[in-house]
Design a protein around this ligand. Structure first.
Ligand code: ME8
Length: 538
C-alpha cells in the first residue's frame, strides 16, 4: 500500500425493518474510523453505507406497521440518517436499494448472468428464514429453529430462477488461495475454505410470491431475491455499469462527505480495485461465495478484501428485543459521549472474535483510559502550561538530569514513531492495536509528568531549564495526541485542537512529529475532556 493508493470502504446495507443497534453501529464505527484515518493520511477515501429495503422481511414489517413498504422504509431510513448524523459518521455516499440507479444496475447484472448462460428455471424447495432472508438446511437448525433468530423457518416451494453458483466453487477457492488477504481475519478465511470443500449449490435468485423487489428484466413475474439485489450496491454506488460518474444526483440531499480527490471519468475503474467490505460474521458467506460468484459470472473481479468481525452479546446473553437488552448506540452516546461509545467499540468490540458488552467494563475502561489517562494528561499539561508559561509553548530544552533527559528523548522517539505504528495497525484493520499504540504514549507521558514533576521544578528557580524541557515535551505530546486520537475519537480531537488554539483536522503526517507545535504558540483555556463516571451514576 502506498500512502496515495485509494481505499473504498463499505458497510453492509442494514435492513430497514427496525431501528439500528450496537451491532450495526459497530461495523459503521469501524468503517468511519478507517475512513477518517486514511483521509487524515492523505489517501483518497470513498466510504459507502446505506439501507437494504426490499424483500419479505421488510414487507412483513411494513404490513405489521399498517403501511406500504416504501413509506415504511422512508420512515426507518430517516432514523438511520438521524443516528449516523448524531454519531458524526462521515460516509461519502448513502445508497438505498430502492434508488432507481441501483435497481437498474441489478437488472443489468442479471441480464449479463443470463446472457452468460448462468441462470435457469427450476423448482425451489427450501426452509427459509425470513429474518435472515436465507434458506437453511435441517442441519443448520437448532431444534427446528433458526439459530440466530430462534424463529421456525417457512417451507417454501415455488418455480423460480436459479443461479449456477455450483460452477464457481473452484474459482472462488482459487481466488482465496491466490489472495489470502481477501478474507480476514485468517480464522474466517479458513471457515469459508472449509465450507467451500462441500461445494457450492445452485441458488434460487427470484421469487414470485410477493412483488416487493427488483423485477427480473426478462421475466417480470419474478422479483429478485433480496440478497441478489442488495449485494450489487457495492458496484451500483460506483455508477456501474455506466461508469461515467458517481450517481450523486440520485442521492442529492442525503448528508455526505464528498471525497476530495477527483476520480476522473471512471469511478468504478478507480475505486473497485481498492474495495474493502466490512461485515459481521453472519453475512460473510453471502459476501464471499455468493457475491464473488455473481461478480465472476459477470466478468468482474472480486473485492480486494472482506473483513468479517464477530458479534456482540450483552452481559453474556444474545442481544435481543425479547430479552429487552438491546444496546441503543444513541443512548450510550447521549449519556457518556459519542467518543466513549466509539472507544469501547474499538477497544472491546468483536473485531477478532465475539465480544460481550459489560457495563462494568465500559465504566472501568472509560475511567482508566479516557478520564484518568488521556483526559488527565491533557488537562494537567495545559493547566501547568498556563500556570508556568502563560500558556505559551516554550522552546525545546534538554534536562540537566540525565535520567529525565532519557525519558524526554524516549517520548520524542515515541511521537516520531507513532505515524508508522498507527499506519501499520490500521492497514491490518487492527484498530484496537492502533489505540494501544496511542495509549502507550498516553501512559508514558503521564508517567513522565509524575517523574519530572513540573510542579516541583516550578518552585525551584535553579531548575528553570528543566521546567522548560518538561513543558516543551508535554506540549509536543498533547499536540501529537490531538492528531492521533482524532480519527478514533473525533470529538476529543476537536476539543484538544480548540484548547491548543489550532484548526482541527490537520493532516496526520504534519501533526505526528516532535517539534511540530512551534515555540511561542499561544494555547487556549484548558477544559476537562472526560468527566469521571462515578459508580452511582454508572
Ligand atoms: O444482514 N454484533 O442486514 P442487517 C455485531 N441487509 N454486529 C452485528 C450484530 C451483533 N450482535 N447484529 C448485527 C443484513 N450486526 C443485510 C446486509 S449487505 C449487501 C446486506 C451488524 O440489518 C453486522 O455488521 O441484519 C452484521 O453483518 C449486520 O449488522 C447485519 O445487518
Amino acid at each position: 500500500m502506498t500512502v496515495h493508493e485509494p481505499i473504498y470502504i463499505t458497510t453492509p446495507l442494514y435492513y430497514v425493518n427496525d431501528e439500528l443497534h450496537l451491532g450495526h453501529a459497530t461495523t459503521t464505527i469501524y468503517a468511519d474510523t478507517l475512513a477518517r484515518f486514511w483521509r487524515a493520511c492523505g489517501r483518497p477515501v470513498l466510504f459507502l453505507t446505506g439501507s437494504d429495503e426490499h424483500g419479505q422481511k421488510i414487507h412483513k414489517a411494513a404490513t405489521a406497521a399498517g403501511t406500504d413498504p416504501k413509506s415504511f422504509a422512508d420512515r426507518i431510513v430517516g432514523k438511520f440518517f438521524e443516528l449516523w448524523d448524531a454519531l458524526d459518521i462521515t460516509y461519502d455516499v448513502f445508497i438505498r436499494t430502492t434508488d432507481d440507479f441501483h435497481k437498474h444496475a441489478v437488472q443489468q447484472l442479471f441480464t449479463r448472468l443470463n446472457s452468460n448462460g448462468l441462470v435457469y428455471t427450476g423448482k425451489y424447495e427450501a426452509l427459509y428464514c425470513v429474518d435472515c432472508e436465507t434458506n437453511s438446511t435441517e442441519k443448520d437448525l437448532v431444534e427446528g429453529r433458526c439459530p440466530i433468530h430462534k424463529s421456525v423457518p417457512q417451507k417454501v416451494q415455488e418455480e423460480n430462477w436459479f443461479f449456477r453458483l455450483s460452477a464457481f466453487t473452484d474459482r472462488v477457492r482459487e481466488h482465496i488461495e491466490k489472495h489470502p488477504a481477501s478474507i480476514v481475519p485468517e480464522a474466517r478465511r479458513n471457515e469459508i475454505l472449509g465450507k467451500l470443500k462441500e461445494g457450492l449449490l445452485d441458488s434460487s435468485v427470484s421469487r414470485t410470491t410477493f412483488t416487493w423487489g427488483v423485477p427480473l428484466p426478462w421475466d417480470s413475474r419474478h422479483v429478485l431475491w433480496v440478497w441478489s439485489d442488495a449485494l450489487v450496491n457495492y458496484i451500483s454506488a460506483l455508477g456501474w455499469p455506466g461508469g461515467k460518474a458517481l450517481p450523486t444526483d440520485a442521492i442529492a440531499g442525503r448528508r455526505r462527505h464528498q471525497h476530495t480527490r477527483a476520480v476522473g471519468e471512471t469511478p468504478f475503474a478507480y475505486w473497485w480495485p481498492h474495495s474493502v467490505h466490512l461485515v459481521g460474521k453472519d453475512i460473510l458467506w453471502h459476501h464471499t461465495a455468493v457475491w464473488w460468484s455473481m461478480l465472476l459470472g459477470a466478468g468482474i473481479s472480486p473485492p480486494r478484501q472482506v473483513f468479517a468481525h464477530g458479534w456482540w452479546t450483552v452481559e453474556g446473553d444474545k442481544m435481543s428485543k425479547t430479552l429487552g437488552n438491546v444496546i441503543r448506540p444513541l443512548d450510550v452516546a447521549t449519556r457518556y459521549g459519542r467518543d466513549a461509545l466509539r472507544y469501547h467499540v474499538l477497544r472491546e468490540g468483536p473485531a477478532r472474535g465475539d465480544a460481550d458488552w459489560r457495563q462494568a467494563l465500559f465504566v472501568a475502561r472509560y475511567n482508566a483510559d479516557l478520564a484518568n489517562g488521556l483526559g488527565n494528561l491533557v488537562n494537567r499539561s495545559l493547566n501547568m502550561l498556563g500556570k508556568y508559561c502563560d500558556g505559551k509553548v516554550p522552546a525545546e530544552a534538554a534536562f540537566a538530569d540525565p535520567a529525565l533527559e532519557t525519558l524526554r528523548l524516549a517520548l520524542g522517539a515515541r511521537v516520531d514513531r507513532l505515524l508508522g505504528a498507527l499506519s501499520a495497525k490500521v492497514s491490518e484493520l487492527d484498530l484496537d492495536g492502533a489505540l494501544e499504540e496511542i495509549w502507550l504514549l498516553v501512559r508514558d507521558a503521564n508517567a513522565f509528568v509524575n517523574t519530572s514533576a513540573p510542579f516541583k521544578l516550578a518552585k525551584d528557580p535553579a531548575r528553570k531549564q528543566d521546567l522548560q524541557a518538561a513543558m516543551h515535551a508535554l506540549c509536543q505530546v498533547v499536540h501529537a495526541l490531538c492528531h492521533a486520537v482524532a480519527p478514533f475519537l473525533p470529538d476529543a480531537g476537536t476539543r484538544i485542537a480548540a484548547q491548543l488554539q489550532l484548526a482541527p483536522g490537520q493532516p496526520l503526517p504534519e501533526g505526528l512529529r516532535w517539534g511540530a507545535l512551534p515555540a511561542g504558540h499561544q494555547t487556549g483555556k484548558p477544559e476537562p475532556l472526560f468527566a469521571r463516571i462515578e459508580e452511582a451514576n454508572a
